[in-house]
Design a protein around this ligand. Sequence first.
Ligand SMILES: Cc1cc2nc3c(=O)[nH]c(=O)nc-3n(C[C@H](O)[C@H](O)[C@H](O)COP(=O)(O)O)c2cc1C
Length: 164
Amino acid sequence: MDLFDAINTRTCVRKYQDRSVPKDVLEKLVDAGRRAPSAHNKQPWEFVIITNDETKSNIAALTDYGQFIQNAPACIVVFCEDTKYYLEDGCATVENILLAATGLGLGACWVAGDKKGYAQNVNIMLKVPDRYKLIALIPVGYRLDRQGAKNKRPLEQVIHWEKF
Ligand SMILES: Cc1cc2nc3c(=O)[nH]c(=O)nc-3n(C[C@H](O)[C@H](O)[C@H](O)COP(=O)(O)O)c2cc1C
């Protein structure tokens, strides 16, 4: 898929077909994530891929708005080591994964991690050392529904030339 088609058609997908995502496809997503820009090229990210149903259910139950994680065939959990720019770096890698998923015909969703009260419990559940911050949980699968794109603020409203 063309890059701009992926950018223009990506939406958060929360319903998935009952069909697993092959391991090499999940690796491709993480491979796209690890190519993101990062401050000083620190690449502070680590990715935990969950396919086990019980673990997915337990993780889903921890979240505020991520119950649908339990119905996704896989969930990529993104952590960054607690560096100065961990959050910016982490967001860059998450967006790469979301776009790569779209490009590969998959649906995915960004489920909040950083700043959430459950972040520490996710670390504990997945045996992730304390120095890593939870950035996001990304349930991923073949999309069930064909939702249209969310309303986005129009270009002319957000673009400013030379001054605000
Ligand atoms: C930082 C962040 C946290 C989010 N957390 C959640 C979440 O916990 N649960 C959820 O269903 N969607 C979550 N989303 C997805 C947003 O709801 C979604 O991106 C937004 O509604 C725009 O829709 P779109 O992604 O389809 O364009 C999150 C998105 C971001 C960027």
